[in-house]
Design a protein around this ligand. Structure first.
Ligand SMILES: Nc1ncnc2c1ncn2[C@@H]1O[C@H](COP(=O)(O)OP(=O)(O)OP(=O)(O)O)[C@@H](O)[C@H]1O
Length: 273
């Protein structure tokens, strides 16, 4: 457990670990001094985080603490509404530079939102549409990718006979898994998920969590969640946000069983926030 004091405003109040170099799970994405301003308001302050390949990291913290702001900055979703400064290094390239091709970058760093947002098209077209836009036109290839994406999102068995049905007929949990299928169809490296289970019932939530645990074999996953059990069930690492700062970052086990900062302890035990 190492403290990274370089950017700490108050070292007694922040604690970050540096991920150990692990050839099986190298760092794929890291932020340095990431700040986000909405007008004058600094909603994210000097966030320094690292994410390992093929692991799940949970972002937790009270409402308004900056989790979504951080997550959305990782694939430049805040560009139009905020000023984002600092580095976002993706495989060694700072993707927070003006000359970065945002659409190409988002093929590598995909996002799934809080509310399932399938298009008003068939289940098949929800996936094929994005692929066609990216130049895949061969019907067999489209069929294959639609099938493998739906399998990857653990939805294939439920919809394989209904691919031409409207995606709007799916349940909330199925629709969210369709959105995950749509995101993975273009084979991103990293999946960003912003409270993907907040609108789901416990059964759908459990299915979604199992899907994420399967997906981490192929993808690096960063997930915002308010559900502490969910964070502890699925993530290897957890970052605790409060008032725009990452106050503590460690293995999920340490964050939940041995937090070093009182406010983290209060939060994960439900006494605050
Ligand atoms: N588009 C925006 N314009 C102005 N302020 C914003 C915008 N989005 C977020 N904020 C503000 O930035 C701060 C951080 O918000 P953010 O949504 O990142 O928090 P959060 O931790 O994800 O909250 P929640 O758990 O409620 O989703 C809040 O004070 C919020 O009001």
């Amino acid at each position: 457990m190492l403290v990274n004091p370089s950017h700490a405003v108050d070292p007694s109040k922040e604690r970050h670990i540096e991920l150990l170099s692990d050839p099986a799970h190298p760092v794929i994405l890291e932020t340095h001094d990431l700040k986000v301003f909405y007008g004058q308001k600094e909603a994210l302050k000097d966030a320094d985080l690292q994410f390992n390949e093929h692991e799940i990291t949970a972002l937790i913290g009270p409402s308004g603490s900056g989790k979504s702001t951080f997550l959305r900055s990782l694939n430049r979703m805040n560009d139009r509404v905020a000023k984002v400064t600092g580095e976002i290094n993706y495989r060694g390239i700072d993707i927070n530079q003006p000359d970065v091709d945002i659409y190409a970058m988002r093929r590598q760093i995909g996002m799934v939102f809080q509310r399932p947002n399938p298009f008003a098209k068939s289940i098949y077209e929800n996936i094929a549409f994005a692929l066609r836009q990216r130049g895949v036109t061969n019907r067999h290839e489209l069929d294959d990718i639609v099938e493998s994406s739906l399998k990857g999102a653990a939805l294939w068995d439920q919809v394989k006979d209904d691919l031409n049905k409207s995606a709007l007929s799916l349940s909330g949990g199925q629709a969210q898994r369709l959105c995950i299928a749509r995101a993975i169809a273009v084979k991103p490296d990293i999946l960003l998920l912003d409270e993907p289970a907040s609108a789901l019932d416990p059964v759908s939530t459990s299915q979604l969590e199992n899907t994420l645990l399967e997906l981490k074999r192929d993808y690096t996953i960063i997930i915002v969640t308010h559900n502490m059990q969910q964070a502890s069930r699925i993530s290897e690492y957890t970052a605790f946000f409060n008032m725009g700062r990452v106050l503590e970052y460690d293995t999920t086990t340490n964050i939940f069983t041995n937090p070093q900062i009182q406010i983290t302890s209060d939060y994960v035990s439900g006494n605050f926030g």
